[in-house]
Design a binder for this molecule. Structure first.
Ligand SMILES: [Zn+2]
Length: 374
């Protein structure tokens, strides 16, 4: 299209062989154009981009059929850019164009990956490149090299690289994971497949780590527990509930039975048990079950702050049988601890009720002691 659009700009209208040829090409392209298909969000999108000295172009496709085309003529300033910059610009423009299709899901990007590789090896990137990189990092894509072009892992722009970078600074010794994949029960088979073919189903290897899509695979090791604890209660984590902790883990990591492991560890977290046990008392008040015989169900309370006796007692422990309403009043001290009160209970109450030793022989002592020791 470029020769024809030039006609519109220059003051004099010139139609030469070049324009005619271009016009013919556009005509052919339109009449024989592959019919566009409607996009389906259940299927994988593929973006092909290309750049030449005069313009950039891109195709959004699904199942090898085009969904949309995009092209843009490069202005004279952009025509002077290096080839890798033009390639990158093509990608940025294409993704900008189809942002609404691509932002929420992973897609395949077919491009000259040298462009992406080049910008990653630059020590000083200019502000424009930084803007581009930041923009690209919002997307999740897998780069597929174009046939005939040397394929080197240039997916350093992807979320995997960002995740790895972040984890390596946050977690000490992450490197050791690499040695565990080969002998791991969960991942060893996938690992060998990936070593042969670089990509196996959803799995791929990057910088020696196994990924499932954008999630880092964690082999069977203490790392799993460590990561759960770290996400749940380590550092600045706020001991979030099971579901929130799981959500955070699932955004970064993958291993089979991740849910089960997370729930198990969060359920047994001592901090949560101490500080969040109160949540169990939020129900409505319920009447106590009605006892059906005497001295089976006792209630106990204290009357505190009475004048001190000669023996130093200043309180009364009141024990009432809930069936007969018979009460026992035992003098005690306000400062008595649980052990004292338990002893008092045994010497003053259990002593009177001999059937306790017969009927509730084993375990009764523990049951009685329980409220004191709780
Ligand atoms: Zn916790």
């Amino acid at each position: 299209m470029a020769p024809i659009t030039d006609c519109l700009k220059s003051k004099s209208f010139y139609w030469g062989a070049e324009q005619q040829e271009s016009f013919q090409l556009v005509k052919d392209a339109l009449t024989t154009a592959p019919v566009l298909i409607l996009s389906s969000f259940d299927k994988l999108f593929t973006v092909d981009t290309d750049a030449s000295a005069i313009g950039v172009g891109a195709v959004l496709s699904q199942t090898c059929r085009p969904v949309a085309f995009f092209s843009e003529k490069l202005c004279p300033a952009r025509q002077k850019w290096a080839a890798y910059e033009q390639e990158l610009y093509a990608i940025v423009r294409a993704l900008k164009q189809w942002e609404s299709y691509l932002l929420h899901q992973e897609f395949v990007l077919c491009s000259d990956n040298k462009a992406l590789q080049h910008i990653n090896t630059q020590k000083n990137v200019n502000r424009m490149h930084v803007r581009w990189l930041l923009f690209l990092q919002r997307f999740s894509f897998t780069i597929k090299h174009k046939p005939g072009i040397e394929n080197k892992a240039a997916d350093a722009l992807s979320r995997k690289a960002i995740l790895l970078n972040k984890l390596q600074t946050d977690l000490m010794g992450l490197e050791h994971l690499k040695d565990l994949y080969a002998g791991d029960d969960d991942f060893s088979k996938i690992w060998t497949h990936c070593l042969d073919t670089t990509q196996f189903e959803d799995y791929s290897i990057m910088h020696g780590f196994l990924f499932k899509q954008n999630l880092l695979c964690i082999p069977q090791s203490s790392w799993r527990q460590h990561l759960i604890r770290e996400v749940h209660g380590g550092g600045l984590a706020a001991h979030l509930g099971k579901d929130k902790t799981l959500q955070q883990l699932q955004a970064k990591f993958f291993w089979p039975r991740l849910r089960r492991d997370t729930f198990r560890i969060v359920d047994s977290c001592p901090v949560c048990q101490i500080y969040k046990g109160g949540a169990q008392n939020t129900g409505l008040y319920m009447p106590l079950p009605v006892p059906d015989s005497i001295w089976e169900d006792l209630s106990m309370d204290f009357v505190l702050g009475l004048p001190r006796t000669r023996k130093g007692n200043d309180s009364i422990m009141v024990v009432v049988d809930r069936f007969s309403k018979m009460g026992h009043f035992i003098s005690c001290k306000k400062t008595s601890n649980a052990l004292h009160i338990a002893n008092l209970f045994f010497t003053e109450i259990v002593r009177l009720r001999t059937w306790l030793t017969e009927k509730h022989h084993l375990g009764s002592r523990r049951q009685i002691l329980k409220p004191f020791l709780a």
